[in-house]
Design a protein around this ligand. Sequence first.
Ligand code: SF4
Length: 473
Amino acid sequence: MITTFEDKPRDKCAVMGVYNHPRAANFVYLGLYSLQHRGQESSGIVTNDNGTFYKHIDMGLVADVFSETSDMERLIGNIAIGHNRYSTTGMVKKINAQPLVVSSKYGPMAISHNGNFVNSQVLHNKLEDEGAIFQTTTDTEIVLHLIARSKKEKMIDKVIDSMDRIQGAFSLAIMTRKKLIGVRDPRGFRPLCIGEKDGAYILASESCALDILDAEYIREVEPGEVVIFDKNGISSYRLTEKIKNSSCIFEYIYFSRPDSRIFGEKVDKARRKLGKMLALENPVDADRIISVPDSSNTAALGYAQETGIRFEIGLIRNHYIGRTFIHPVQTMRDFNVRIKFNPVKGVLKNKRIVVVEDSIARGTTLRYLVRMLRNAGAKEIHVRVSSPPILYPCYYGMDFPTKEELIASQMSIEEIREFLQADTLHYLSLEGLLNSVPRENCGYCTACFSGEYPIVPDHKVIKHQLENGIVTD
Ligand code: SF4
């Protein structure tokens, strides 16, 4: 029996790009390592050596895909893009792994995408009616078809023309014969930043990928911006649609790494504020604060700072089990959780414990954890969640459980508390969440909490995507 361990929404992809470095592939490789949390099912790099493209793409983690020195040695060229991908179970196919590469009359092109196009089916049908033949079932391939068919003269106009027709979330790295191009959708759902090292330019989903290269963070690609890196340096263009941005607030709660900077703020700082706000809204008399590692560590520290209650490591997470596991002892209760977490009994025994969790999707893992903590001797268990209840699915590039599987859309908070067997349960309010993140130059999508979708999803499209195995990135 194969067991999966995930009980959280998941980000689907990471993108990387490097322009003008003799070891471009090595830079991308290291960056993809840092961005492994954004996608663990496939990884790939495509390089460009004076217009000849080389690729290495396979299923698995970065460390598995590029396991031989020869894999990297083959990837010559001073421009490169890379991608880590996660896709929904059952749709995991090597053919959909990115970067996607095609030949066109303008030369070879490659693309890496993080996001989801909400009008992909309409575009897909139209392109097929016009004779396009699709090689994959990802929505990303649509971009390449649109660029190749655009009647505009210059490459930049082809890109703008194509991206103007696409609705949804996209942070892209596109490589042509002579250029590296970065694009972010007008609402800026997913992050994308620019760095520089030794005269080379770098595009990355998160700034932690720049840190590993010791590269300088320059800035974010703005929502609705197209940046081109070529022999003239960087140039900036705009997509036509001008609209208030709605960056994904969940990136601050859970998806992005705390050592990254996104949407103009350090994730660590924003996440700490979430914990502090949670403490202000939902204080409790307790002896120790613990986190559900690793994603809740920072919020738990914020909660501890605000309350003055001691933070302790009460749960140890096993980092070496991978995302799936062959279940050897099917009868062992709570096995899935026990293989991943173990309690530190000395910290918990006879103590009133606050458990800080960043979010609850199905609630099944947390229920096991509460039981585990009680068995380890905790006297009281108070669950505090550093985000509001997740009520709705995401259509902008996150893999969420269905609405029916989201516990908060099926139960009241009191019913969830009872399900978890916690002494108390409180969530951060939506207002508290918005007050914890920088608001000056940034608007946010909060749709999974509020139901207010920045782009109304076409449910027929979503249904069709699901029924036909069309996957998003
Ligand atoms: Fe982020 Fe909006 Fe998706 Fe929620 S619905 S995960 S806030 S993009």
